[in-house]
Every structure is written in C-alpha cells, then in structure tokens.
Design a protein around this ligand. Sequence first.
Ligand code: SIN
Length: 301
Amino acid sequence: MSNMAVDIAGIRMKNPVMTASGTYGFGREYGEYFDLSLLGGIVVKGLTLKPREGNKPPRIAETPAGILNSVGLQNPGVEYFLENELPFLRKHDVAVIANIAGNTEEEYCAMTEKLGASVDGIELNISCPNVKEGGVAFGTRPESVYRITQRVKACCKVPLIVKLSPNVTDIREIALSAEEGGADALSLINTLLGMAIDIRTRRPILSNIVGGLSGPAVKPVAVRMVWQVAQAVKIPIIGMGGITTWEDAVEFILAGADAVSVGTANFGNPFAPVEIAGGLKAYLEANEIGAIGDIKGKVMI
Ligand code: SIN
C-alpha cells in the first residue's frame, strides 16, 4: 500500500489533493456530490475583512482551454465565514485553509487575528489580479512580499502559506522573499493576467477589462514556475494551474510540488479532485512507489 499522506509545514493531509481558492466556495455545493473527507484539503474562497460584492458582471469569459475571471473577491467576510461556513467544513475530516486578501497590511493582520487557530492554515493572497487596491499589488515586488509576509507571520497561529502571482518577471525572487519573510509554505500559481475582446461590439468581454486566466491553458507556465521555485526555496510547495487529471498532478509533483490544488477543473467535473487522488494512488501502486513524497522533484534534467 503506497502512502499518500503529506505534511505541509505541519498541516497533515491524508492525500496531497486540495481544492484551489475561488473555485470551491466554502465546500457546500461540492459536498452534495461526495464526502468532502475524501479530499486532502480545502482552500476556501478568498476572504476579506468586510463582505464584498465583487466586480460588476460580466466577470467570467470562456477562452480556449481556460477561463478568464474578474470576480473581484466576492465573499461574505471573515466573520460570516467563522460563524456560518467553518462549522460545516469542520464536520469533515479535511484540512481547512482560509485564503485571505486585504487592501492594507493592517487588514491582513486583523483577519489573521480573527481566524486565530480556527483553521489549519492561512493562505496569504497577495496575487489576486482583479482588485484595485491590495491583492497583486502586494505580490509583485520582493520588498513588499517580504514585508507583508513578516507582518502576518508575526500574528499567525497556524502555518502560513503565501500564494504567488505568475505576473512577475522572476518568480524565484518573489518566492525567496516570502520564505525570508517567514512563510511556512508557498502555493503557486494564481491566475495569469489576460484579456478577451468581443469582435462584434469591439468591447472587452469582462467589465473589468482584464482578468485572471486559469485552466489547462496555463498548466505549462505553472509547471515551469513550480520547478523554478522548487530549485530556489526549502519550504513546501502547493502546485496548481490547470490540473485536470492525475497525470497533471504527477507532473507538478515531479516538478517539485509537495501537494497539488485542483481549481478550474471543478467547474466541469465536480469529482475531479477525488478522481485525481484515486489516480495518484493507483499510479504509485502500479509503479511500486512507497510514498507520494518519493517522486517529489524527481524530474530528470
Ligand atoms: C477574484 O475573486 O477576483 C479571484 C481571486 C484571486 O485571483 O485570487
């Protein structure tokens, strides 16, 4: 029997398959399809200090092998989450990670303090491309990544995962700044900034003009970035970006990921993360690999 369990900086998961923030709400819809305890971890929709309505529609556009979104962090706020959504998630044997986004460093810290040790980990979202203040503005310069990571880490009672943006020149520099700032783990990639135009109206399809591209279209970029970051840092990596099949997940782990997150694939196939976990286990057993960690970073260059 191959061992699928992973430990991401103290977050113990029965398998390395998580769900990516922004594609999983707070788990309720998907819990109607299968037992959420089959997952390694759930990363909830990005939370802000106060509720947000998000950007004006249209805010989703289908693109070849992907989706452009400019949701703008629609969410009910961290207090609502703690009172009304977390108790549901806690009925399941699954790691719960809160993704948080703020306009200011103070907001990130206030949310971290409110969450305390109620969740298994906090994912610092400094990579959302769809908001005017905060979001990716914190995530594209090494100094600001270092500073915000250090500030949040100082008040964080659970492992801190920093979610990186691919919209940078050298992701290794950003990853190193997060590690130096005290990040316990990294997750990458968030979406790639993109744009789509309706040729009949000659107007951008998204009301926000630009949005974040996700789905299979971004997978080779994500694999490349996970590989580069894995060479640069010592902390664990959660890889994501277009993972749709267990073969995709193996690719990310060979590139250097300790765990993987499934995002856009959930929209077309709610069973995707469960199927990927099953496929990974079958792959390990068919190849007589003792543990999932045995193939981490084992791409042969
Ligand atoms: C959004 O709500 O705009 C997407 C979140 C993200 O990209 O982090």
